[in-house]
Design a protein around this ligand. Structure first.
Ligand SMILES: [Zn+2]
Length: 396
């Protein structure tokens, strides 16, 4: 629990009449409002250099914070950014030993560890750092905005309590979001607590603060499913909005500081040996016997032919080209002469167990996982606790 934060948040809620304006749900104009206030708090709280860092990029941040809800977006689109502390009935779900929660359960898809609002956040954070290190600040801002979107969603009770839009309680989700969209503009935090800035600065992988935010929003489950009138939701929604704005502000300061220090974990154009966290073996490519395709496996040898050049793509995914033949690393057999073949790529997320590489062929839902000795590496449902699903990047 972030001590005193709820009280602080409640204290900074401006008393204002409710508006009757029609707006979109939490996922568009509400998202814009949250980041707009988050940016303003940097200045209010005296972080002037950080505020200046974002000043010329406000438009791109505002527009890109809406992108993850669009149909077909790389971050999965509307209704998918869940990170669930409870079931749809409010029963608590266990965290995995390394602290991860699962996504929401939808009609066509069970809950799983990837992609959740948290893992999508982690992936976008790496993309933002890589673009920033390349000097592509405008592009980096798109991924900062995507991170902001995920943080805001985690502050929203339906997103941490499995109230998915295909669940039996979808009407509670919709009520929360539509009511939020009616009142969001009345609520703007005046400041973010120092403690919030400190937590974001110290939480290297963001797991503690994200889990804390999920705990806070999920604690309002009974109110969100139980109220009879919209007005009874006002305090809950207002507190969530204020908290999200403060969280976003502290996040923006953290990204600014990381960017200033030139922090980057996978650099564009740099060559890496990629070692499995469990077996200690290195990713390598092998040619299939029957055709011209290549598949990936792990090898005990750390040799030049096992070096891969990292290249970030405009969608934030990374491709890895082998040193000699420019053959791309792929979880599926990849035939470089097939002109129609989709370029295989990966999203990269830093976790307590190493780097997660989710695969484009699974729409980044599955992670590249080492096989038994001598067996190909393959794309499998992500297990955040399995070391075999994590990799260590060793720069050349
Ligand atoms: Zn969303």
């Amino acid at each position: 629990m972030i001590k005193g934060l709820t009280a602080l948040a409640a204290g900074s809620i401006a008393a204002a009449a409710l508006t009757t304006q029609k707006a979109y749900a939490w996922k568009s104009s509400t998202h814009e409002h949250i980041v707009k206030v988050g940016l303003s708090l940097l200045e209010n709280d005296g972080y002037i250099e950080a505020s200046d860092f974002y000043r010329n990029y406000t438009d791109i941040i505002l527009s890109c914070t809406k992108k993850p809800d669009r149909k077909g977006d790389i971050d999965k689109g509307k209704g998918w950014h869940y990170y669930c502390v409870t079931t749809v009935n409010g029963d608590r779900l266990e965290k995995s030993p390394s602290g991860y929660l699962k996504s929401g359960k939808n009609i066509m898809s069970p809950s799983q560890y990837a992609r959740t609002a948290r893992t999508i956040f982690e992936d976008n954070y790496q993309s933002a750092l890589t673009f920033c290190a390349m000097g592509e600040k405008e592009r980096a801002m798109e991924f900062v905005a995507r991170c902001v979107h995920m943080l805001a969603d985690i502050c929203c009770t339906p997103h941490t309590t499995n109230l998915t839009l295909t669940s039996v309680k979808n009407s509670k989700h919709k009520r929360y979001e539509y009511y939020s969209s009616e009142i969001f503009s009345d609520y703007a935090a005046q400041y973010a607590p120092d403690e919030m800035y400190r937590l974001l600065a110290e939480d290297e992988l963001f797991g503690n603060i994200i889990n804390e935010a999920a705990e806070l929003s999920s604690a309002k489950y009974d109110i969100v499913v139980g109220v009879k009138t919209n007005e009874e939701l006002t305090d809950t929604v207002a507190t969530a909005l204020i908290y999200a704005q403060q969280l976003v502000s502290a996040f923006l300061l953290r990204f600014y500081n990381d960017a200033q220090q030139g922090i980057v974990f996978v650099e564009n154009g740099k060559r890496y040996h990629i070692r499995n966290a469990e077996t200690g073996e290195y990713l390598a490519l092998a040619k299939a016997r029957q055709n011209n395709s290549y598949f990936c496996l792990t090898s005990a040898d750390k040799k030049p032919s096992n070096l891969f050049t990292a290249n970030i793509n405009s969608d934030g995914s990374y491709s890895f080209a082998s040193q000699n033949a420019k053959i791309l690393l792929s979880a599926m057999p990849y035939c470089p002469s097939d002109k129609k073949a989709v370029k295989p790529s990966f999203r990269i997320g830093r976790t307590p167990n190493g780097i997660r590489l989710t695969t484009s062929d699974s729409r980044f839902m599955y992670a590249l996982t080492a096989g038994e000795q001598g067996r190909p590496a393959s794309s499998k449902p992500y297990n955040p606790d399995a070391l075999s699903a994590h990799w260590i990047f060793e720069a050349e």
